[in-house]
Design a binder for this molecule. Structure first.
Ligand code: PEP
Ligand code: MN
Length: 351
């Protein structure tokens, strides 16, 4: 994949409201992020999870983006989801476009957008698909590459997850790192707002993005976040944006440092997976313990049988010894597991 470098500064900053709401709003925000941001963002067509939410101003807002472009030093960018959007944006002289997370998941849409961009030489950003699949993200770049787009960049906006988390979208930092390994020259921008879901987490996420050497940030910025018509909780004021950017620590990006950070993250991700597996196994084990309890109850057996407990302890310690694991540790862990297994059974018997 041939990539033409268009991001010449680090961190490259894309800032502006989630949605364009009025010409005055856009101009006011643009004026206050001028000097901090490189690109002004505003969503015009908003993909909303539920109908009856604010779905964006539509093409009328393209006129307002033109005014921002004329009256500031900022480049302007917006999200496109269809070939028609591309056509309208190109006519209005929008400098850069991004494909949203809900669009990257659909190869038909990505292909349609790619074809509408044939022969066009402007930067195109692709957000990761909603779910953590590197193939689809890569596929979108390949489709754009095939029609000759050279100014390409990725936006990491986190991934939908069923699990409860402090983040709106799980960052899964290992994915942008994998993407970087697949396409070395592809710049990666971190959309800290959509990962965070709330303003207070943005700074931390932005710092992590810098620590793993991503190229820039997208931060939703609004002159009055509480009154924003979409994503109100994850937008910050231009003043906070300035503070965050000033506080960012840009560490040594020498190869050794970068490799160290990536490796550390890789190790931590492995530990996270193991721990998740341990919890799942404990839960599965508990399911069987409950079945045993019912079985013992029906057959009038006592819960605690000393021979069985010794057998558990000895076999687990033998397993540990075989693997050169600390036997004492294994004994302590199984004593605890056994304690709770007795508790589970007693609770069931009492019912
Ligand atoms: C947005 O940038 O406002 C947006 C809708 O983002 P995403 O596609 O990441 O959900
Ligand atoms: Mn948004």
């Amino acid at each position: 994949m041939e990539i033409k470098k268009f991001i010449l500064k680090k961190p490259y900053l894309i800032a502006g409201p989630c949605s364009a709401e009025s010409k005055e709003q856009l101009l006011a925000i643009a004026k206050s992020v001028e000097g901090t941001a490189d690109v002004f963002r505003a969503g015009i067509w908003k993909p909303r999870t539920k109908p009856n939410s604010f779905e964006g101003i539509g093409k009328k807002a393209l006129e307002w983006m033109k005014v921002v472009k004329q009256e500031s030093s900022l480049k302007v960018a917006t999200e496109v989801a269809t070939a028609k959007h591309v056509e309208l944006c190109l006519k209005s002289g929008i400098d850069m476009l991004w494909i949203g997370a809900r669009t990257t998941v659909n190869p038909f849409y990505v292909q349609e957008i790619a074809e509408a961009l044939k022969g066009v030489d402007i930067p195109i950003f692709v957000k990761n698909p909603i779910h953590p699949e590197l193939g689809l993200w890569m596929g979108a770049f390949e489709r754009l590459d095939k029609v000759g787009i050279k100014q390409l960049a990725a936006i990491h906006r986190g991934f939908y997850s069923y699990e409860k988390s402090v983040f709106r979208n799980d960052p899964k930092w290992e994915l942008p790192i994998k993407l970087r390994k697949e396409v070395r020259d592809l710049p990666i921008i971190c959309d800290a707002s959509h990962i965070a879901g709330k303003a207070t987490l943005i700074e931390d996420i932005a710092q992590t993005a810098m620590d793993i050497n991503l190229d820039g940030l997208m931060i939703e910025t609004h002159n009055n976040p509480h009154l924003a018509l979409s994503d109100a909780e994850q937008q910050i004021t231009p003043e906070s944006l300035k503070n965050i950017m000033q506080n960012l620590v840009l560490r040594d990006t020498k190869l050794r440092d970068k490799q160290f950070k990536e490796q550390l993250l890789n190790f931590r991700n492995q530990i996270d997976t193991f721990d998740k597996n341990i919890i799942n196994l404990l839960n599965n084990r508990k399911g069987v313990v409950e079945q045993i309890a019912n079985f013992k109850h029906e057959n009038r057996l006592t819960i605690f049988q000393i021979e069985r407990w010794f057998e558990i302890l000895n076999t687990r310690k033998e397993n540990a010894k075989f693997l050169a694991l600390d036997e004492q540790m294994v004994e302590e862990i199984f004593t605890l597991i056994h304690k709770y297994s007795i508790l589970t059974q007693t609770n069931i018997m009492r019912k």
